[in-house]
Design a protein. Structure first.
Length: 244
């Protein structure tokens, strides 16, 4: 791997995004840290990355804001060069039973999670192609995008859409040696899963525990490595054996 390879990680100030950024830095990549508003937390991640001897910079924008996202990325690439990889991790959930789901709850999730795929990845593609160095794109879906989940019709729709978009983009970019894959986490130890009780976890998950952000990051790290150069158009589930 060359010294100059840079990967952008969205939603990198905490949780799974933070773990991904740190894992990729340990693998020798320079990191562009995207986040929406948690500046202090993002600065802390940047400090940790620099302590590893890697370069990093902060790139705050809201992935749901198309103009802001695309202009931020385009300006950063123009100044610093093309990214070798993009990790499309940022997303939101607005859970509600479908009959009671508001139009705003539907729109917020679709515009952030699914439109974010376009807003973030699309401006990165041609610079990656012109760099002629191959590349890695990894998206984050969910077990909900594969199997559905009660109270998450909007979230499941957005995450299933990401899988379809990922697979199609992999076909388009294969001849450019840019791999495009998806990681689908199950129940991971984050703020969103704090209230789940142990009995539910033991019933639903054969490994009888939540996963960690670092375990998801390990899968992303592998897909970004040279060892994964012949893996594209795939969905890797990190879910403790919940199904399939």
């Amino acid at each position: 791997m060359t010294e100059s390879r840079t990967i952008m990680v969205t939603g990198a100030s905490r949780g799974i995004g933070k773990a991904i950024a740190l894992t990729l830095a340990k693998q020798g990549f320079d990191i562009v840290l995207n986040y929406r508003s948690r500046d202090e937390e993002a600065q802390s991640v940047a400090t940790d990355i620099r302590a590893m001897g890697r370069n990093t910079r902060l790139l705050p924008f809201d992935i749901a804001d198309r103009n802001q996202a695309m202009s931020s990325i385009e300006n950063d690439i123009e100044t610093n060069g093309a990214y070798y990889g993009v990790i499309c991790n940022a997303g939101i959930a607005r859970d509600a039973a479908f009959p009671a789901m508001s139009m705003q709850e539907w729109d917020d999730v679709i515009h952030t999670n699914l439109d974010g795929f376009f807003n973030v990845i699309q401006p990165c593609i041609m610079p990656m192609v012109r760099a002629k160095d191959g590349g890695r794109i990894v998206t984050l879906s969910s077990v909900a995008g594969l199997a559905g989940n009660r109270g998450q019709v909007n979230y499941s729709a957005s995450k299933a859409g990401i899988i379809g978009a990922t697979k199609s983009l992999a076909v388009e970019l294969g001849k450019r040696k840019i791999t495009v894959n998806c990681v689908a986490p199950g129940i991971i130890e984050t703020d969103m899963t704090e209230e789940l009780d142990d009995s539910f976890i033991k019933e639903m998950i054969p490994l009888r525990r939540k996963g960690s952000a670092e375990e998801v990051a390990a899968a992303v790290g592998f897909l970004c490595s040279d060892a994964a150069s012949y893996i594209t158009r795939q969905v890797i589930s990190v879910n403790g054996g919940m199904f399939g």
